[in-house]
Design a protein around this ligand. Sequence first.
Ligand SMILES: NC(=O)c1ccc[n+]([C@@H]2O[C@H](COP(=O)([O-])OP(=O)(O)OC[C@H]3O[C@@H](n4cnc5c(N)ncnc54)[C@H](O)[C@@H]3O)[C@@H](O)[C@H]2O)c1
Ligand SMILES: [Zn+2]
Ligand SMILES: [Zn+2]
Length: 429
Amino acid sequence: MNHVRKALTVPFKTVNAKCFDTRWFSYKSPCPALQTRLFSNVGSSAKPAMSSTAGLVIPCKAAVAWEAGKPLVIQQVEVAPPQAMEVRIKIKYTSLCHTDLYFWEAKGQTPLFPRIFGHEAAGIVESLGEGVTGLEVGDHVLPVFTGECGECAHCKSDESNMCDLLRINTERGVMLSDGRSRFSINGSPINHFVGTSTFSEYTVVHSGCLAKINPLAPLDKVCVLSCGISTGLGATLNVAKPQKGSSVAIFGLGAVGLAAAEGARIAGASRIIGVDFNRGRFEQAKKFGITEFVNPKDYDRPVQEVIAEMTNGGVDRSVECTGSINAMISAFECVHDGWGVAVLVGVPSKEAVFVTKPINLLNERTLKGTFFGNYKPRTDLPSVVDMYMNKKLEVDKFITHRVPFSEINKAFELMVKGEGLRCIISLED
Ligand SMILES: NC(=O)c1ccc[n+]([C@@H]2O[C@H](COP(=O)([O-])OP(=O)(O)OC[C@H]3O[C@@H](n4cnc5c(N)ncnc54)[C@H](O)[C@@H]3O)[C@@H](O)[C@H]2O)c1
Ligand SMILES: [Zn+2]
Ligand SMILES: [Zn+2]
C-alpha cells in the first residue's frame, strides 16, 4: 500500500474555495458559477481551450463505499488533476451495472475498500493531462472499464479489444501512470474502480478509456452504452454472430442479456429463448424480442437438456449473461453439436471453475468469452451511440428507474431485489 500513500505527498493546489461554498457539502447543487464557467459553451462550436480548474484539486461529492455490502456514503472528496495521458471529467449521469454490485458485495472477489465504484456513465471533459491528443475540454465522453492504447498488438488486431496496457483490472485501485489514487479524503487515498470510478462528480480516467461521442446524444440515456448494453449487443453481433433465421438462447435477462437479445433480433434470429430464474423478467423481455421463456427451476433436469429438446438437438448460439458458473456450463452444453457457439459474458466469482466433458468440445461446439462485446472502446463505441441516434438501437426501454445522486443506494437496492433493468443516477439534480 506504500505506493498509494505516496499520493498524500503530491502538492496539488485546490480550487478557489469561493467556488466550493456550503452547497457542495449539502449535496444539493454544485457551485453554479463554476458550472457556468466550465461548460457554458458546451454544444456550441467554441470549446474552452482550458478550464479554470485545470491543474487544481477539485473538492466535490462522491459516493464512497467504506465496507463490503454497506450503503455508500455521499461525502466530499478531493480529486487531483489528471497526470500524463489522463483526463478529468465531470460526470453527468451514471448507472449501476451488476459488476459494481459484485465488487461492492465482495463475495468471491478480492475486497478493496474504501473505494469509489461506478463504470457506466457519461460526462464532459474538464481538463487534460500532458500528452493527451484527440480530446478537448468540453467534449462529451463515455468512460469505459477497459481501454485502447492504440499501440499494442491487441489494439492493432481487428480481432481483439484486450489492450495490453489498459485491459480491465478489477484489483487495481490506483492510476497506471504513477500507482497513486487521484481521490482523497482529508489526505487519505480512496481506491479507484476499473479505472473509471464514476460515482463521483469528478473523476480521472486514462485517455485511452474514453470514447468521444456525438455531442447531440442525450447523456442521460447513452450513459448505459458505456458498459452493459454495448457488452450484450456486441456479444451477439460481434462474437456469437447468429445467422438470419437461427435460434439463440440468452441466459440471464438483466440489461446485458436483453441487450444480447436485442442483438439477436437485429441479426434476424427467429427463435430467441430467454432463460432466467426470475419469472418477472419474462413480460419485460418480450419487448426485446424474446420469443420463449425457460425457468430452470421449473424442471428437475438440467436446463441444457430442456433446451436441446425444445430445439431438436440444441440452439445455434447461446449467450450467457448471469455471472453464474452453472448458467455458463448450461449455456455451453445447450448449443447444437457441429456448429453451436456459446459466448460467456457474465463475471463469475474468482473461485468458479468451468467443468464440462471434453467430448462436448470435440463434437464441434465452440466456447468463447468476451469483454465489452469485443468493441474497441475508442474506435467502436461512438458508432454504437450513432446506432441509437439513427434509431437502429433502442436504449430507452432499458432505463426503468431514475434517482438523484443523493439516493444512489436505492439503485443498489433495486438491483439486489432484481427489479428493473437500468437505474440512471443523476449528478445534475
Ligand atoms: N464481460 C463483460 O464485459 C461484462 C460487462 C458488463 C457486465 N457483465 C456481467 O454480465 C452479467 C449480467 O449483468 P446485468 O447488469 O445484466 O445483471 P442483472 O443482475 O441485471 O441480470 C442478471 C440476471 O441473471 C439471472 N440469473 C442469475 N443466475 C442465473 C442462472 N443460474 N440461470 C439463469 N438466470 C440466472 C438473474 O435472475 C438476473 O435476472 C453480470 O455478471 C455482469 O457482471 C460482463
Ligand atoms: Zn458493467
Ligand atoms: Zn493497446
